[in-house]
Design a binder for this molecule. Structure first.
Ligand code: SF4
Length: 359
């Protein structure tokens, strides 16, 4: 019997029984050509094939709705490019930078905020010279206290390459914290082995791993064991979840997810309002709906389980807590949002702006 493999195309998904045969001649095939597709064996095994609205399938199996691009959607919704002084670095806040060493992921989320940058035809992996320049940028700026490895998913890199990056960060005295944003413990749990864990600790800095998971069913026994290997090694874990229509826009589902994080020694951190990425409006709630949902978590679950509901202000103006007074609904139905520098921005009330057609 052949080993299960990562499903990387619409025909692969048809063969695995996750799409009907006619999908290869439909708009879904166009979606598969436009945006990257990947489901690891661990993800495919989580999907309930009897459920046409399965919350795991919705996150990873392409949908014809992705061809619909709305007027408010943007190629670079959180404005990475506007804050990228050198290739691979995003420097939006004074004390921290993103280091995007790689733009591939083990899975491709249908709602991805960097969907125009990740995947086989995305921005690729930094060349050795680009990585040198990125590390030199960090080394030259004493205000940088934290380096956040994101991408793409940095844990797709080999343990050898991760160790190399961590050892280079170890040599920079002002960097105290290194954080990884990843889906790997859930979607490829066997990849979290002792070699990889050792590499993550190689800098001697404090290492955080921010786990991206959106539904409690993603925390399988294998995923829980992978997280335990990280935490037992002294790596702190925090969570990040994207609030998604049809996946987790339900107080019971969110409560179960946040509790599962805490039970696994993962501190709930961010609940992201979905970004204005092209072709993702079918996932997007209005801000008012999101606020009402998050309000239901108060009192229902322990304080340890409460995430911070945040919005990345479109255009690269940073994050804002949706429940704070920096986010105000105005009479015209839009939201007025104040960024951390005091600038004001308008945000649409919901996903009812006109569509502009295919990307
Ligand atoms: S893992 Fe993150 S970067 Fe990769 S496709 Fe999903 S949301 Fe995008």
């Amino acid at each position: 019997m052949s080993m299960p493999r990562t499903l990387r195309s619409v025909p692969d998904l048809v063969e695995a029984g996750l799409l009907p045969p006619e999908a290869v001649r439909s708009d879904i095939a166009r979606v598969g050509e436009r945006y990257a597709v990947a489901l690891t064996p661990a993800v495919a095994a989580m999907i309930d094939r009897e459920d046409p609205r399965d919350p795991i399938a919705l996150q990873f199996v392409p949908d014809a709705a992705e061809l619909l691009v709305r007027a408010e959607e943007r190629i670079d919704p959180i404005g990475d490019l506007a804050h990228s002084p050198v290739e691979g670095i995003v420097h939006r806040y004074p004390d921290r930078v993103l280091l995007k060493a790689v733009h591939v992921c083990p899975v491709y989320c249908r709602f991805c905020f960097r969907r125009e940058m990740v995947g086989p035809s995305g921005l690729g992996t930094l060349t050795p010279e680009q990585l040198d320049a990125a590390i030199a940028y960090i080394a030259a700026r004493p205000d940088i206290w934290e380096v956040i490895l994101t991408g793409g998913d940095p844990l797709v890199l080999s343990a050898r390459r991760l160790r190399d990056i961590m050892e280079r960060l170890a040599a920079i005295g002002h960097v105290k914290v290194v954080r990884f944003h990843t889906r790997v413990p859930v979607v490829e749990p066997d990849h979290i082995d002792s070699e990889l864990v050792g590499a993550l600790k190689a800098s001697g800095k404090t290492t955080y791993v921010a786990l991206h998971a959106n539904h409690p069913r993603e925390l399988t026994p294998q995923a829980r064991a992978a997280c335990a290997r990280l935490v037992d090694a002294g790596i702190a874990m925090i969570s990040q979840t994207v609030l998604l229509k049809g996946v987790n826009d339900d107080a019971d589902v969110l409560a179960a997810l946040m509790r599962a994080f805490v039970e696994n020694r993962i501190r709930p951190y961010y609940l992201h309002h979905p970004d204005l990425a092209p072709g993702t409006s079918h996932f997007r709630l209005g801000l008012a709906e999101g606020k009402a949902l998050v309000a239901q978590l108060r009192g229902r679950i322990s304080g340890l389980c409460q995430p911070t509901y945040i919005l990345d202000i479109p255009g690269g103006h940073g994050k804002v807590s949706v429940l704070s007074d920096a986010v105000r609904e105005s009479d015209d139905g839009c939201f007025r949002i104040r960024d951390f520098r005091g600038g004001e921005h308008l945000y649409p009330s919901g996903s009812d702006a006109p569509a502009t057609g295919s990307p």
